[in-house]
Design a protein around this ligand. Structure first.
Ligand code: SF4
Ligand code: MG
Length: 332
């Protein structure tokens, strides 16, 4: 498989003044293959959106590197960076806030093309807008309307059409369905899947809930307080979750079939997510972990590959022991 994106020890720290540092992303490493969907899951405030925004260049990084097609995006000159931005687009969580209320749908979708000089002829550009509207399940009659005339699901479709306008290869979808009604969520996910097949897109799909990413992601990374704590193929994550945090997230998802007796032990997460301004020493999860040991307070666990492609950061696996919780029956 060919790698499209390689993220190495990426950090994004915000200096808040008075010497306080918010470590939103504190050293994450992963890669994304061409054509796959890589999911990042974690509670709100874990740094997943900041990671996405830093990868796409909306934020400057504090440390680490992002290689896209083997090129370090932070060392590109401004001209190359501008050209490169065509290939990476973002879909935002809130379809209400991310569309300019004073622009028509046609203007919203045309704007990135104008900025990048794509389809300079107005007629061609309009034709392209109509095509994009069709691609996302809308039509040309929608082109002259304003965002407030649309439902949440339709607005997200407009956001997707805008993201596709520059024919990107890679799309970061930051909780694209969390603000939508449950009945609409599946439609938007199906649209994203269809577009992926038709256009050969690669996705980084950010979500706060594992049930949202299971069907859609080929591999999943679980993030907690600025760190990745586990990463593996989706099926493997449900069958054999290793990190206590992943196990807790999965144990909270109900089994859909009433005939299957739920024998799983519920793992209740106690306490609040600590502040990334003053994260716990050692393992960042230790203040909420029922398995915490002495070493967890003093030493940060290594990011280690336990099985092929299955990474975890937890002292329980220092001798390569594996768990044995099967969550493959849980709801999706
Ligand atoms: Fe829990 Fe320790 Fe593992 Fe952290 S390293 S998840 S505190 S057992
Ligand atoms: Mg977010």
């Amino acid at each position: 498989m060919e790698k499209l994106l390689q993220v190495n020890n990426l950090k994004k720290h915000f200096h808040l003044g008075h010497g306080e540092v918010l470590k939103a992303v504190d050293g994450v490493s992963f890669h994304i293959n061409k054509g796959e969907t890589f999911g990042i899951v974690g509670e709100s405030g874990c740094g997943k959106s900041t990671a996405g925004r830093t990868i796409i260049g909306l934020y400057d990084r504090t440390e680490g590197e992002v290689l896209y097609n083997g090129k370090n995006i932070h060392s590109l000159n401004s001209k190359d960076r501008f050209a490169f931005h065509k290939q990476m687009q973002m879909i935002f969580q809130d379809p209400y806030a991310s569309l300019n209320p004073r622009s028509t749908v046609s203007e919203i979708i045309s704007e990135p093309m104008e900025v990048h000089g794509l389809y300079p002829n107005k007629k061609d550009r309009l034709k392209r807008v109509y095509q994009l509207l069709e691609d996302v399940g809308l039509n040309k009659d929608h082109a002259n309307r304003y965002p407030h005339e649309f439902s949440g699901g339709q607005r997200q479709r407009i956001g997707i059409a805008r993201a596709l306008a520059l024919e990107p290869q890679f799309i970061i979808a930051d909780e694209p369905i969390s603000a939508l009604d449950v009945s609409i969520q599946a439609q938007v996910v199906n649209l994203l899947k269809r577009l992926q097949q038709e256009k050969g897109l690669t996705y980084l799909f950010i979500a706060h809930d594992l049930s949202m990413v299971k069907q859609f992601s080929d591999r999943i990374g679980v993030m907690y307080l600025g760190n990745l704590v586990e990463l593996t193929a989706s099926k493997e994550l449900y069958k054999n979750p290793l990190h206590p945090y992943t196990q807790a997230l999965l144990s909270a998802i109900p089994i859909p079939d009433p005939d299957i007796e739920d024998k799983r032990e519920r793992i209740i997460l106690t306490g609040e997510l600590p502040s990334p301004i003053n994260p716990p020493s050692g393992c960042v999860f230790r203040t909420r972990c029922s398995m915490a040991m002495e070493i967890c307070a003093t030493e940060k666990p290594n990011w280690q590959e336990i099985d092929a492609g299955h990474f975890v950061s937890c002292h329980l696996y220092n001798n390569n022991k594996t768990g044995g919780h099967d969550y493959s029956q849980v709801a999706v």
